[in-house]
Design a protein around this ligand. Structure first.
Ligand SMILES: Nc1ncnc2c1ncn2[C@@H]1O[C@H](COP(=O)(O)OP(=O)(O)OP(=O)(O)O)[C@@H](O)[C@H]1O
Ligand SMILES: [Mg+2]
Length: 237
């Protein structure tokens, strides 16, 4: 598994600077949580890594290979899987058909390690519902489905944008627990963007706090979670 290295990343939407010289290292086999309030730049960071937003300066590399100027397709083929906010599934297709869409990218990458069985093993509710149309799923099950679909491409790096949004705390704990199992078992590199800082820090190895496009703190997740001043100023718990 791989290390994702982001250096001096700056990105803007017209006059609005969304990222301002951001350095992040997401180490192999770890969960790196990216935290911060509305508008901090979290989504822009993920969109810039996956080639959907072009940075004005800075670099993104995977295991030393510079991907900064690469098209989004090339970045996906290099093994960076982006699960955007919003749990987009194709509601007319079954759970299994949705998962097979992820496997298409896996076969394009000549990867065979992202198997359906592996995803069903990780997310048992999907196994029970494999023949059902995706529109019958709960929010938590849809979140499992979009993560599972990304896993079927056999990714080196998983970028997750606010997977907990709108889910009940019990479901968030379940999904985050399964994510931790996945990382511990298969060594996937995870960059987890969350406003739900408390939950994210409870499963992350490292936390990074963004504010107005700049990194204002980075440390072991347990250290950040115990920092009262930081929690009150930036993390909302
Ligand atoms: N498409 C866009 N056009 C113009 N400005 C944008 C666009 N997307 C984001 N921004 C601005 O860029 C900044 C960073 O936004 P971004 O969506 O990356 O933040 P975020 O941390 O993901 O916020 P949230 O927690 O609300 O999802 C904000 O000032 C936002 O208003
Ligand atoms: Mg966002």
């Amino acid at each position: 598994m791989s290390t994702l290295q982001i250096s001096g990343l700056t990105a803007a939407y017209g006059p609005v600077t969304a990222l301002d010289g951001v350095d992040v290292t997401a180490a192999k086999g770890q969960i790196t949580a990216v935290l911060g309030a509305n508008g901090a730049g979290k989504t822009t960071l993920l969109r810039t890594i996956s080639g959907l937003v072009r940075p004005t300066s800075g670099t993104v590399s995977l295991d030393g290979n510079d991907l900064t100027a690469a098209p989004a397709e090339t970045i996906a083929l290099a093994g960076i899987a982006h699960v955007p906010e919003g749990r987009g599934v194709i509601t007319e297709l079954t759970v299994e058909e949705n998962l097979r869409l992820g496997a298409l990218l896996g076969s394009a990458r000549k990867r065979t390690d992202g198997s359906l069985d592996m995803v069903y093993d990780l997310f048992p509710p999907l196994a029970e519902r494999r023949k059902r149309d995706a529109h019958t799923l709960s929010g938590g099950e849809r979140q499992m489905l979009v993560i599972g679909r990304a896993l079927l491409s056999g990714p080196e790096v998983l970028l997750l944008d606010e997977p907990s949004l709108g889910l009940a705390p019990r479901i968030v704990a379940q999904i985050f627990g399964l994510l931790r199992d996945l990382v511990d078992r298969d060594g996937v590199t995870v960059l987890l963007v969350e406003q739900n800082a408390r939950s994210a820090l409870s499963i992350a190895d490292i936390g990074i706090v963004l504010n107005l496009g700049k990194v204002v703190a980075r440390d072991d997740a347990a250290v950040l979670a115990a920092d009262d001043g930081l929690r009150h100023a930036y993390l909302g718990f």
